[in-house]
Design a protein around this ligand. Structure first.
Ligand code: KIV
Ligand code: ZN
Length: 509
């Protein structure tokens, strides 16, 4: 039978408790909208009593994001619950999430309350929350270090009081998969009214086991998993949403579990969270790390180029990435190198030239740790095909605005000669390309234009790749600059230079 799992995202609550993260309400709304596109079932939007900013953010999300359930956190205290409801009442599907610690350690040293007092308070506050809102989640904080018999009593009491979801937190990331699985099974078998509530889990990653523990819980009857994008959260963070979802998807053969996540939105969501929180992702992080789909060793590269499944258990496209990356370095083999030459537009090199280029590439790779496409291009241009930079960009001037046509003036050097041309276009890049067309005076058909930012922030470096066509041959060009018009002009001229260097097509006077 197919089991349905609910994905509860706490990026905006526990994730925001990551040291150094402070999102404003508009940033939170942007992330919430993306979580909606990703397809999560529940967005925990914040902890309204914690600050006015958190209150306003939960309210804004409740007012604007209508498909998922919007949850707000509250201690098992009347004032917290009232404040949470104040913000949540605008939501189409509101949920109050209330919690109190139940482990001996927390009850004694933090709450200074007896077990009976905690039990009564939990039930009383769930009942109170239920008088305001139909959907109530209850969490016994430090659940995995709580005496199981006491926990069963607390859970039974809160379900009787109206809790629709009971969430078992491994607050300090202490448990291990087998143990946690058995713990959840114990709850299922010993809480008499458990069939009236959804069992949820909330695992922290202090021992690097948050995802494994969440999956062990699912195997034992949990049907809601709390997680955060990029694994953000207190200390070592929460179970990473992307890892839980992709583990279940990739091993569907084993788990037969469905959820509503559109996995193709994972990369975009991860990037947005990275940019807005400023918390960078380690390159070897599963699913969303920069190296998660990158292959370095020659043996792996050869395998992947012949048949992806040899070294890829999921496709980069399944998380919304364009394709896997074959990273060229000293371990790479000829297959990968030749493939990259083709991707860079060097389709016509003879076998001897490719062999010579590969030899030079290996020498370079021994000296340089990372080899970028630009390194390969300059190696080929300077040492193999001896390409000339026939046209060089000397300077340009652009004038554009929202109410006027864009005009561009370019100065191009061709040997000793300086050619100056101007053109009007639909936008500054189009105007610049038209001005360059006039200056080089060669028919150029632009086939493709792609702009990406290669560093973050408003001073990001832009990388432009273009493809131009002539006589049914395609030439690629690349340009990098902090100014995207300059990057575009450089990329366009570099493709034109490659075209005019192709002696089969052109003879330059
Ligand atoms: O880790 C934890 O115990 C929590 C609860 C508030 C659910 O974040
Ligand atoms: Zn937590």
């Amino acid at each position: 039978m197919i089991q349905r799992i609910f994905i509860f995202d706490t990026t905006l609550r526990d994730g925001e408790q990551t040291p150094g993260v402070n999102l404003n309400k508009l940033e939170k709304l942007e992330i919430a909208k993306q979580l909606d596109r990703l397809g999560v079932d529940v967005i925990e939007a914040g902890f309204p009593v914690a600050s006015n900013g958190d209150f306003e953010a939960v309210k804004l999300i409740a007012q604007n994001v209508k498909r998922p359930i919007i949850a707000g956190l509250a201690r098992a205290v009347k004032g917290d619950i009232d404040r949470a409801w104040e913000a949540l009442k605008y939501a189409e599907k509101p949920r109050i999430h209330t919690f109190i610690a139940t482990s001996d350690l927390h009850m004694k040293h933090k709450l200074n309350m007896s077990p009976d007092e905690v039990l009564n308070r939990a039930a009383e506050m769930v009942r109170y929350a239920k008088s305001l809102c139909n959907d109530i989640e209850f969490s016994p904080e430090d659940g995995t270090r709580t005496n199981p018999e006491f926990l069963y009593k607390v859970l039974e009491a809160v379900i009787d009081a109206g809790a629709t979801v009971v969430n078992i937190p491994d607050t300090v990331g202490y448990t291990v998969p087998n143990e946690f699985g058995a713990f959840i099974r114990g709850i299922r078998e010993n809480v008499p009214n458990i069939d009236k509530a959804v069992i949820s889990v909330h695992c922290h990653n202090d021992l690097g086991l948050a995802v494994a523990n969440s999956i062990a819980a699912i195997e034992n009857g949990a049907s809601q998993v709390e997680c955060a994008v990029n694994g953000l959260g207190e200390r070592a963070g929460n179970a990473a949403l992307e890892e839980v979802v992709m583990a279940l998807r990739t091993r569907r053969d084993l788990y037969k579990i469905e959820n509503d996540i559109t996995t193709e939105q994972i990369h975009k969501t991860s990037e947005l969270v990275r940019q807005l929180t400023g918390i960078q992702i380690q390159p070897n992080k599963a699913i969303v790390g920069a190296n998660a789909f990158a292959h370095e060793s020659g043996i792996h590269q050869h395998g992947v180029l012949n048949c992806r499944e040899t070294y890829e258990i999921m496709t980069p496209e399944s998380i919304g990435l364009k394709k896997s990356m074959v990273v060229l370095g000293k371990h790479s083999g000829t297959h990968a190198f030749e493939q990259r030459l083709k991707e860079l537009g060097y389709n016509n090199l003879s076998a001897e030239k490719v062999a010579e280029a590969f030899q030079k590439f290996k020498e370079l790779a021994d000296r340089k740790k990372e080899i970028h496409d630009e390194d390969i291009e300059s190696l080929i241009r300077q040492e193999i095909v001896h390409e000339k930079e026939v046209f060089q960009l000397e300077s340009f001037h652009i004038s554009s605005g929202n109410n006027l046509s864009a005009t561009a003036t370019v100065r191009i050097r061709k040997g000793e000669e300086i050619i100056e041309e101007a053109a009007v276009g639909e936008g500054p890049i189009n105007a610049a390309f038209k001005a360059i067309d006039r200056a080089v005076n060669i028919p150029v058909n632009l086939k493709d234009y792609f702009l990406k930012s290669i560093t973050g922030g408003t001073d990001a470096l832009g990388e432009v790749s273009v493809k131009v066509e002539n006589n049914e041959k395609v030439y690629t060009g690349r340009g990098i600059s902090i100014d995207i018009i300059e990057a575009s002009a450089k990329a366009y001229l570099s493709a034109i230079n490659r075209m005019v260097n192709d002696s089969e097509t052109f003879s330059i006077k």
